[in-house]
Design a protein around this ligand. Structure first.
Ligand SMILES: [Cu+2]
Length: 276
């Protein structure tokens, strides 16, 4: 019975049935493994509990019919007692195995969380600033000088091409690149500086197994390494207003050469006062 029960989550985990979007991040493998174990154990326990419940319902019927026969009832009680003793031992073994499995899962999950959230990114990680605004994501790259320029709220003017309020008079701002899609080289760690300029947004890349709220006045860092080139959806996971459903964009993970070509093609021309 346990073999049949175990086969069901195993069948669900094959590439054809597994409903999670394909993973493209280095840390995603560990997250998927934890998800798989959690699902497999819970599915098995769910099915096992229901099979035992149905079996118990069917077993209770003949006992009622034999109620008048005292000797046979006594025999039946003895048999049930023996089965109960055996079950007690198997329950204990199962409980012990589950405790070990869940302890391992809790420690793995805590380590994974700490690596992404509590430990900082490597110094050589690519820096990208992510800003959420009703109903758009903006990505800012620091340019050749590797430093982000000044921004001023009074300069924010999306129709004029300055959605983040870049102060182009600041020397560090002149080479900053602002894009509405995120382009990253595969195999290089990226450190995202998440911000919001109006309400709480949820920065969510299912394919990168990454989700973090962007909160006004509270810059937050998350870092990850995209490993597989491809196109991944970026969504907003917080209901942030009437246009929430269309607050979507894309992450393109490309080769390093393609990334450098993309950066060069998006480098702004330094024109004095162009955004004022
Ligand atoms: Cu949003």
């Amino acid at each position: 019975m346990s073999a049949i029960v175990g086969l069901i989550p195993l069948a669900l985990s094959t590439d054809r049935v597994w409903w999670m979007p394909s993973n493209g991040a280095l840390h995603g493998l560990a997250i998927d493994r934890l998800m798989w174990w959690n699902l497999a154990v819970l599915s098995a326990l769910f099915l096992l509990a229901h099979i035992l419940l149905i079996a118990a319902l069917f077993r209770s019927r003949p006992l009622k019919q034999r109620h008048s026969d005292d000797q046979r009832e006594e025999e039946s009680r003895d048999r049930r007692r023996k089965v109960s003793d055996k079950l007690w031992k198997s329950e204990l073994i199962l409980l012990f195995a589950l405790t070990l499995l869940y302890t391992w899962m809790a420690i793995s999950a805590q380590r994974l969380w700490a690596t992404i959230r509590y430990q900082g990114a490597a110094p050589q990680a690519l820096q990208v600033e992510v800003t959420g605004e009703q109903f758009q994501w903006y990505f800012r790259y620091p340019g050749a000088d590797a430093a982000f320029g000044l921004t001023r709220p009074e300069l924010i003017n999306a129709p004029a091409g300055n959605p983040l309020g870049l102060d182009r008079t600041d020397p560090h701002s002149t080479d900053d690149i602002v894009s509405s899609t995120l382009v990253l080289p595969a195999g290089r760690e990226v450190d995202l500086d998440l911000r919001s300029i109006d309400v709480i947004h949820g920065f969510f890349i299912p394919g990168m197994r990454l989700k973090q709220n962007a909160v006004p006045g509270m810059p937050m860092h998350v870092h990850f390494t995209p490993s597989t080139p491809g196109d991944y959806s970026i969504l907003c996971s917080q209901v942030c207003g009437l246009g929430h459903a269309r607050m979507q964009t894309h992450l393109r993970v490309v080769s390093n050469e393609e990334y450098l070509t993309w950066l060069a093609s998006h480098a702004p021309k330094p024109v004095e006062g162009a955004t004022r």
